[in-house]
Design a binder for this molecule. Structure first.
Ligand code: DX5
Ligand code: ZN
Length: 215
């Protein structure tokens, strides 16, 4: 059974407390929080003050996905805001190993996100230091995009690399996840499914989360 991490990017930002209460009641496992800087990705979402505000209401793990340049500059700040898992992009990290150690030194789990064009094998030598690989199944920057089918191949490849190296890394899929591709993703080796618009645009988000969880 996969963990479900709804992305608040698709929630009503004027009613975030309500969204938090819904997620607390629901079968969601984590909150997925997308931080965008308008530089690494062509969109700006929200940052530290919003995460601190969410932390006051959230009763579940905060999984923070940084789509920002120089993420290493903000590791302590995101810890202070309440992040439990902190994910940096491979493509934004010149000194990835150092960033991963710094995230762990703050007592958080360390994640690495991969853009759709970035090969999985590039993680081989740091896999033991990674708690979570956030595999982008859309180009990062926006919710509601179409799922990229090549993701299944990348998940299978990463799963094999994880077994080969004997690491405990979890695989998270981010972008365009719906009830239509969830089963195939889990079968390929996904451990965590992020879902934004599929959950928050549904007539009954809480039930949509239970339905995903039951797959
Ligand atoms: C995209 C974000 C995703 C996004 C997913 O840049 O990283 O987490 O919120 O949204 P959906 O599920 O709508 O594709
Ligand atoms: Zn994300």
């Amino acid at each position: 059974m996969a963990l479900i991490a709804p992305s608040l990017l698709a929630a009503d930002f004027a009613n975030l407390q309500e969204a938090c209460e819904m997620l607390n009641r629901s079968q969601a496992d984590w909150y997925h929080l997308d931080v965008m800087d308008g530089v690494f990705v062509p969109n700006i979402s929200f940052g530290l003050p919003v995460i601190s505000a969410i932390k006051k209401h959230a009763r579940k793990t905060l999984d923070v996905h940084l789509m920002i340049v120089q993420p290493e500059r903000y590791i302590k700040d995101f810890k202070a805001a309440g992040a439990d898992i902190l994910t940096v992009h491979y493509e934004a990290s010149t000194h990835l190993h150092r960033s991963l150690q710094a995230i762990k030194a703050e007592g958080m789990q360390a994640g690495v996100a991969l853009n759709p064009h970035t090969p999985v094998h590039l993680l081989k030598d740091v896999l033991h230091d990674i708690d979570l690989v956030c595999m982008m199944s859309v180009n990062p920057g926006f919710g509601g995009q179409k799922f990229i089918e090549n993701t299944y191949n990348k998940v299978r490849e990463l799963k094999a690399l994880i077994s080969e190296t004997g690491s405990a890394t979890r695989i998270e899929i981010d972008g365009g996840v719906t009830s239509k591709n969830a089963a195939q993703l889990i079968e390929a080796g996904a451990d965590v499914l992020v879902a934004g618009s599929f959950v928050f645009n549904a007539a009954d988000p809480e039930k949509t989360i239970s339905d995903l969880k039951a797959i």
